[in-house]
Design a protein around this ligand. Structure first.
Ligand code: MSP
Length: 528
């Protein structure tokens, strides 16, 4: 929940433009999109930010090997790949920040100068291992050794490089105790619990100062008082969450007002690989600048291929469109939120995707909708009948809806997407069972049972109305279609979660129509 007057502000990581996105990136964005749509549907003011991280050696090297400047490379990747994937997965972000935009560059420089003025940035010498894949200065305890004795980054399985430079340092070590105290007082600020524990044990080992500039390449934001150096890419990137909403602007300006309305962020959604940057360096930067800290860093697990983190560099990346082309964006979103416990690792498999699509979406929900649409068409000429007296079986569904809506809302707000979806799915199963038990096609044969038939069909349509609301953040396109087909728009309703379980909202007499199948059968042979 948000403070009154402040938007619910959620961010995804900003993604490196060294390569095109794969479903690992799309996974984070979908989770953020589901969560922000959920809050929006409850009538809350919401701000959802995503974007791209364009500076640093990793992007520079990709551009070099493609023989173009890094700016040309970044522009191309953003335009051809990173913006289009948002459409592919149907993300409704409010803003898209690029770290090469002037709004970001200027505010980063101002922030940096402020920290130098207050004595948190000092000159120093750095020597140590660096992983360009992670863009991270490593501690020797972080590394693994291969057979020939080389030190490797455990995430990228590639040798680290040695950096030896005179740089500007952020005095991170001054914040160890304050960070520990902050997290002891606010354990929900890092989730899930495993992530909290990881950060706390890291903090208890003590922090070292952090080199925040580089002098051996120039693809980055210039350090304002030392133009021979560029800002370390993570220091630049983390600030995007605040620069995008007006960090440091005059309070009376548009940027200043935006900042007051959104900051601090309620949630930074990240993969567990970048937890420490977000839960250690970022809050320390904010503390140094005397800014409020984000409500929560949520670190989700990895999508695995062959037991390892899916990645383009290991050639295990699967594009979102290869899945969306087969099952559509709604089923893509549903699958990842449904099949994997958010916060834990999970393996993607085509077989599992197709199996769940077929049983839960095409057969479970799609069939239910098309059956009732067909029956209202056949028995009532497509006009929603007026329900008569409710019997215990009808009331049982109405009561189940109340508890389902409550369970789903609590779960999703806690990032327990799977629990929320399963609750709704169980409601769908109960409605399907109701259809089987009530046998409306048998009731229809008895003229004297017209009222009972009306009640049964009305009950099913009302159930679909509620399902459309509860599933809309997960499957926006098909749920909007279903909403229209069962006459919710014609009934003058708008999708609102607060009213979802109130029974009897569809107006008898509205048209029940049947359009294209929401979840058509998958015809193509799937290569597994
Ligand atoms: N640019 C940094 C983040 C800066 S945020 C201030 C970065 N970028 S990234 O392109 O590598 O994307 C990282 C994020 O993408 C991960 O934190 C995670 O959210 C998502 N994922 C990338 N690969 C993934 C998987 N295989 N599985 C799940 N999520 C993955 O790090």
């Amino acid at each position: 929940m948000t403070n009154s007057g402040k938007a619910y502000y959620l961010t995804t990581p900003i993604y490196y433009v060294n390569d095109a996105p794969h479903i690992g990136h799309a996974y984070t964005t979908v989770a953020g999109d589901v969560m922000t749509r959920w809050h929006r549907m409850a009538g809350e003011d919401v701000w959802f930010l995503t974007g791209t991280d364009e500076h640093g050696q990793k992007v520079l090297r990709s551009a070099d090997s493609n023989h173009v400047t890094p700016q040309v490379w970044a522009d191309k990747l953003v335009e051809d790949a990173w913006i289009p994937v948002l459409k592919t997965i149907d993300a409704a972000n409010d803003d898209f920040i690029r770290t090469t935009q002037p709004r970001h560059v200027e505010r980063v420089q101002k922030f940096l100068s402020g920290l130098r003025d207050t004595g948190f940035i000092v000159e120093g010498a750095y020597e140590g291992p660096y992983c360009v894949g992670c863009e991270e200065f490593k501690l020797s305890g972080d590394l693994i050794e291969n057979e020939s004795g080389e030190q490797l980054c455990p995430i990228h399985s590639k040798p680290v490089e040695t950096v030896s430079e005179t740089n500007w340092f952020f005095q991170l070590s001054r914040f160890t105790d304050r960070l520990i105290a902050h997290y002891e007082a606010n354990p929900q600020a890092i989730r899930p619990e495993s992530a909290y524990n990881e950060v706390m044990s890291f903090l208890r080992c003590g922090l070292q100062d952090l080199s925040i500039s580089r002098s051996t390449f120039d693809w980055g934001i210039e350090v304002p008082w030392d133009t021979a150096q560029v800002v370390y890419v993570w220091f630049d990137a983390l600030l995007n969450y605040a620069t995008a909403v007006g960090l440091g602007d005059d309070p009376d300006s548009d940027g200043g007002k935006k900042f007051a309305h959104t900051w601090p962020a309620d949630v930074h959604l990240v993969g567990k690989d970048i937890l420490r940057f977000h839960a250690v360096i970022w809050p320390a930067m904010l503390m140094a600048a005397e800014l409020p800290l984000p409500g929560c860093v949520f670190a989700h697990g990895w999508l695995l291929v062959g037991g390892e983190k899916m990645s383009k560099s290991k050639l295990t990346g699967i594009s979102a469109s290869s899945i969306v082309d087969l099952v559509g964006s709604d089923a893509f979103r549903y699958y990842f939120m449904r099949a994997i416990v958010f916060g834990q690792d999970g393996s993607f498999s085509w077989e599992d995707l197709v199996a769940r699509y077929t049983s839960e979406l095409a057969n479970g929900l799609g069939n239910l909708a098309s059956r009732v649409q067909a029956m209202v068409g056949k028995y009532f000429e497509g006009s929603l009948p007026t329900p008569g007296a409710y019997l215990p079986a009808d009331v049982a569904l109405q009561e189940l809806l109340v508890s389902t809506a409550r369970t789903a809302d609590t779960a999703v707000r806690q990032f327990e997407f799977q629990t929320g979806i399963v609750a709704v799915k169980e409601f769908i199963d109960a409605v399907n069972l109701y259809v089987t038990e009530q046998q409306p096609w048998v009731v229809a044969k008895d003229e004297s049972q017209q009222e009972r038939l009306s009640t049964i069909l009305y009950t099913i349509c009302e159930s679909l109305r509620a399902i459309a609301v509860m599933y809309a953040p997960i499957m926006p396109k098909s749920m909007e279609q279903m909403w229209n087909e069962i006459g919710a728009t014609e009934s003058g309703l708008s999708m609102s979660y607060s009213q979802v379980a109130a029974w009897g909202q569809l107006k008898p007499g509205v048209a029940i129509t049947k359009g294209e199948s929401m979840f058509p059968r998958i015809e193509e042979p799937v290569e597994i």
